[in-house]
Design a protein around this ligand. Structure first.
Ligand code: UTP
Length: 304
């Protein structure tokens, strides 16, 4: 008999090779910064948010990177492209270290795909827009504005778990009950270590109706069957096509797990979270730590 959290018999587990980065949102909470620049190009210390997401995926063994963009997002495509003039200038000036910063991490040609969402109809719709690039294999989804500072890449932790159990998986963490209305929340069937089996998912429940306080953050490993569900998915919370609703309707046909990841998550979708991420990532950098600590002490002393 199959034990809880074991791969169901007969289920084949394919390698997770592709990651989808939905970056089609409007980023209204960062206007006017996001008027002509995507939210995902905002820097944390000295790298755009989307660059961290890309590095996380690459470190986890992802080979193909699929960006679902919207209008005003061409800076993202440029960031991941060869930058002829800049590279030429830096080469001529013998600025080798700077050259490495713009060139050395570029993925091999052909490993990046970019498609447009056209209309920001919601996260579920953005993921559905990637269907032809993903095809019939499990895939990762990374929301760049959820940053996770961890020893092991958060999406890598999920993939490792997926390789043992299969199914669908989302990174989860506990949030204060009054915050459940900002997140997708798990209705928990059982818990075994870091792995939680969900019997249901609710998008942005009112705290008094929330089935738990375990919230989904922006890291997923999904079965391609989700695309068929998303194709007919009705608008949900906020009038948007929600990924959580589509995942919820797959439960019963396929297992759905939450994985309590190791690491600290920073919600860069709102201003205070973004500023907190800048501080945390700067403190994590050996070349900046001391300067930051001195600055923070100075501010701490001045706070009344
Ligand atoms: P958010 O809920 O943060 O929305 O999206 P947003 O539009 O980016 O920002 P605000 O709320 O207007 O400030 C969560 C993630 O889903 C993506 C966003 O790019 C972000 O990574 N998303 C959202 C899409 O790709 N398309 C959408 O239609 C909506």
């Amino acid at each position: 008999m199959q034990k809880p959290h074991e791969k169901p018999q007969g289920m084949t587990i394919k390698k997770v090779r592709k990651a989808v980065f939905p970056v089609g949102g409007l980023g209204t909470r960062f206007l006017p910064a996001t008027k002509s620049m995507p939210k995902e190009m905002l820097p944390v210390v000295d790298k755009p948010i989307i660059h961290y997401a890309f590095e996380e995926a690459k470190e986890a063994g992802i080979e193909q990177f699929i960006f679902v963009t919207g209008r005003n997002k061409s800076a993202i495509a440029d960031h991941f492209d060869y930058s002829y003039e800049l590279q030429h200038n830096l080469t001529n000036r013998n600025k080798d270290a700077e050259l490495a910063l713009v060139r050395d991490w570029l993925p091999p040609a052909g490993s990046i795909a970019i498609t447009r969402q056209r209309e920001a109809l919601g996260l579920g719709h953005a993921v559905w827009c990637a269907r032809n690039f993903v095809g019939d294999e499990p895939f990762a989804v990374i929301l760049a504005d959820d940053m996770v500072l961890s020893k092991k890449p958060c999406i890598g932790q999920l993939i490792e778990q997926y390789n043992k159990t299969g199914g669908n998986m989302a990174a989860v963490m506990d949030v204060p009950r009054e915050k459940t209305k900002s997140y997708g929340i798990l209705d928990i069937e059982r818990t075994e270590g870091k792995l939680v089996t969900a019997r249901g998912l609710v998008e942005k429940p009112d705290p008094k109706n929330a089935p738990s306080t375990l919230s989904i953050i922006g890291r997923y490993v999904l079965d391609p069957g989700i695309f068929n569900v998303l194709e007919n998915q009705k608008k949900g919370s906020g009038g948007e096509i929600q990924l959580t609703d589509a995942m919820n309707s797959m439960i019963g046909k396929q297992p759905f797990y939450g994985y309590r990841f190791d690491g600290i998550r920073y919600d860069c979708g709102h201003k205070a979270g973004y500023i907190e991420a800048n501080i945390a990532y700067a403190l994590d950098r050996p070349d900046m730590k001391e300067e930051m600590q001195a600055l923070l002490k100075q501010y701490g002393a001045n706070i009344k």
